[in-house]
Design a protein around this ligand. Structure first.
Ligand code: FAD
Length: 179
């Protein structure tokens, strides 16, 4: 177990965490910033809409996290398990404690596929797809290309969802191809 201290600690090195770190460093290059994220892989999720529309390849939305961490930041490859806000500390899965002056919390949204009965089993088969998964967005494009006639059903759940426009964008891009 070890203690480390930073001016700014950012939980999550997704698009939000990395953009926040870059933006802060552009204005205050002397800041000592730590990004905490266990994932070695980074996915540019907005790109999955374009994968489903046949515009991007899935591979172009995937990069190694290590390549994206701003040069002046420290990447702690670990998960945050506790935030001790009253004493400016976060606790990591490894047991390490990290102290901060300012904390940015950007761990993204967790998808709840099991919230719709039967969805997990159905996805990826028999014409059921979702642009919300890296491995399935290419299947969306495959289905769009295969459909010559008939009906396609698009669903849009209520908020909170990632990108309120993504379900509609899938519909517009598909319709554009069919037209
Ligand atoms: C199909 C699709 C289309 C979208 N289109 C758009 C769009 O057009 N425009 C737009 O603005 N947004 C869009 N979004 C929303 C998109 O999710 C966000 O813009 C962006 O990717 C979110 O970035 P994030 O950093 O908040 O989350 P994420 O990219 O999910 O990153 C969160 C990170 O936090 C890490 N993490 C989680 N828990 C912990 C923990 N306990 N400790 C440490 N790290 C942790 C994860 O490993 C992950 O790397 C879209 C999303 C989807 C799925």
């Amino acid at each position: 177990m070890s203690n480390k201290k930073y001016d700014v600690v950012i939980i999550g090195a997704g698009s939000a965490g990395i953009a926040s770190a870059s933006s802060l460093l552009k204005r205050r290059a002397d800041l000592n910033i730590a990004l905490i994220d266990p994932s070695a892989d980074h996915y540019y999720q907005p790109g999955w809409t374009m994968v489903g529309g046949g515009v991007f390849s899935a591979e172009s939305t995937h990069k190694k996290t290590a390549e994206l961490i701003p040069a002046k930041c420290t990447w702690l490859q670990d998960s945050v398990t506790d935030i001790e806000g009253s004493i400016n500390q976060v606790v990591l899965k490894s047991g390490d404690i990290v102290e901060y002056e300012q904390l940015i919390v950007a761990p993204g949204l967790k998808l709840d596929w099991a919230g719709v009965e039967g969805l997990e089993e159905a996805l990826g088969n028999n014409g059921v797809t979702s642009n919300y998964r890296y491995d399935l967005a290419p299947y969306t494009w495959e289905l769009v290309q295969k459909l010559d006639s008939g009906k396609a059903i698009f669903t849009q759940p209520p908020m909170p969802i990632k990108c309120a426009g993504a379900p509609q964008k899938a519909l517009y891009l598909s319709a554009s191809e069919w037209l």
